[in-house]
Write a protein that binds this ligand. Structure first.
Ligand code: HEC
Length: 229
């Protein structure tokens, strides 16, 4: 009947590896410490707590905000973005300014125009008129832009030779910058010597034409009389 009291040390030894008796804690002190620890712990609850979910949301929100912040203020992650000695490079990178590029124009000319006008720009006598030394190419750039955008059909005289052919509206499928580069190349190649052409000029002419039917050379010459002879 007195089993519990017969081996009072047994229970203590089971509680801790060190043995309650060996470190000098009395039973009373042990119970006191234990109940203190038990009191400090939160009572287990049913259901779940909102706090961890809120923290996850806050964390994701912070990540999103950080992404936005970096996209807007990272200076394109360029090493020179905060280099005060290189403000020009940053400004140029920000707004891409079009620069007429004859080298790009040459490539585009070879794929879009050279079938007829030949890589030499000399055309085929009696079939395709030459662009080298052509007064239709020199002078105002609008005349040539219009021919490329709308096409050209009817009798035309170039360098003393008459041609009657049809040039399709190739420009309709090309971008403003591409046409500007092609025109810049044609106006500077094979001894031609006219001003480069800007993409904004092409855009302006394209808007004004608004799907104009192919020009006749006479109509084109009326709008833009040939300057050079
Ligand atoms: C399918 C053949 C063909 C292609 C491709 C072509 N042209 Fe033409 N081009 C012609 C013909 C034909 C004429 C003459 C039209 C006429 O008889 O009225 C002409 C006329 C011209 C003229 C005015 C006459 C002259 O010799 O100066 C210019 C400028 C011109 N083309 C530029 C271009 C450019 C730039 C391209 C490329 C974007 C191009 N052409 C693509 C056939 C072509």
């Amino acid at each position: 009947m007195n089993d519990r009291n017969r081996h009072p040390d047994n229970n203590r030894h089971r509680r801790g590896p060190s043995g309650a008796g060996s470190d000098g804690l009395s039973d009373g002190r042990l119970v006191e410490v234990h109940s203190q620890i038990a009191r400090d712990k939160e009572e287990p609850q049913e259901g779940f707590s909102l706090t961890p979910i809120l923290i996850v949301f806050l964390f994701c929100g912070f990540g999103f905000w950080a992404g936005l912040y970096l996209t807007r203020n990272s200076g394109q992650f360029s090493a020179s973005a905060f280099d005060l000695d290189a403000p020009k490079a940053v400004a140029e990178g920000a707004s891409k300014v079009f620069e007429p590029d004859a080298a790009k124009g040459e490539k585009l000319f070879l794929t879009n125009c050279a079938v007829c006008h030949q890589p030499t720009g000399l055309g085929l006598t009696g079939v395709f008129p030459p662009l080298a030394g052509s007064p239709w190419v020199a002078g105002t750039d609008e005349r040539m832009i219009k021919a490329i955008l709308a096409g050209l059909a009817g009798e035309i005289e170039v360098k003393g030779v008459k041609y009657v052919g049809i040039m399709p509206n190739i420009g309709a499928g090309l971008k403003d910058a591409q046409i500007a580069n092609i025109a810049t190349y044609v106006r500077s190649a094979w001894g031609n010597n006219a001003e480069p052409v800007m993409d904004t000029k092409v855009a302006e002419v394209r808007k004004a034409l608004a799907g104009h039917a192919p020009y006749s050379p006479a109509e084109l010459a009326k709008e833009h009389p040939l300057e050079a002879k």
